[in-house]
Design a protein. Sequence first.
Length: 279
Amino acid sequence: MASPSTRQELIDYSLRKLGAPVLEINVDDDQIDDLVDDTIQYFQERHYDGSEKTFLKYQITQDDIDRGKGPGKTGVSGITTTTVTESVGITSEFKFYENNNYIKVPESVLGINRIFKFDTNSISGGMFSIKYQLFLNDLYYFSSVDLLNYAMTKRYLEDIDFMLTTDKQIRFAKRQGRLYLDIDWGAQTAGDYIVIECIRALNPADFTKIYNDTWVKRYLTSLIKRQWGANMMKFSGTKLPGGVELNGRQYYEDGNAELREIEDKMASYYELPPMDMIG
């Protein structure tokens, strides 16, 4: 099938591109499974069609609050202690304490951009907010107020909001699967929600069009070709009946060259550009 929609159809497509069933592809099934996993992972982490921006809602628990509290607080749990010793004439001991102020995130999350503010302040939210009162009293019909004055007032209130309620500091470790929240956990309430803006990898089992992506098909085919060459290299120079000589190194080098070309195209056309940073 030229338009694979399952994992096995993608494998069959790549093997046919390499000559199967006319030729025997000397690559083990387990090796092919590993190469499919490598292809999907590379696609999810680098290709702009391999992930999506989404918003995840998380409810804070009492366990989160207890783990996040700093030393010296009542009910502290989950404090990690690291001890370092040094002997220079006398033995000195140094203790370092670290809060477990994190929440676990799903494995599919590749990156986290920000979290939305915990509190609802008097400027932007609630029935008694300034924004609500401005609409209620001055904008009951549009001709009652100059829109320019309204826009300037709204911008002024947003500046105050920005200065008084700053964004929370976060740290994300992908390989740990942890989102660290550097906040005053003692001031949080169990049952409150936070909203996380994140980048999540697309699961090909749910979004089967990934298997039919042109880049995915080419990349997997080249990976199998290189693996085929690597498997056959130890038989290089072996003469077969009829004078045919195996040349696994040529397959390996051809596959490598194709992979470099495909990866260069990924960097030039399919990757999102890095964010500018001014420091």
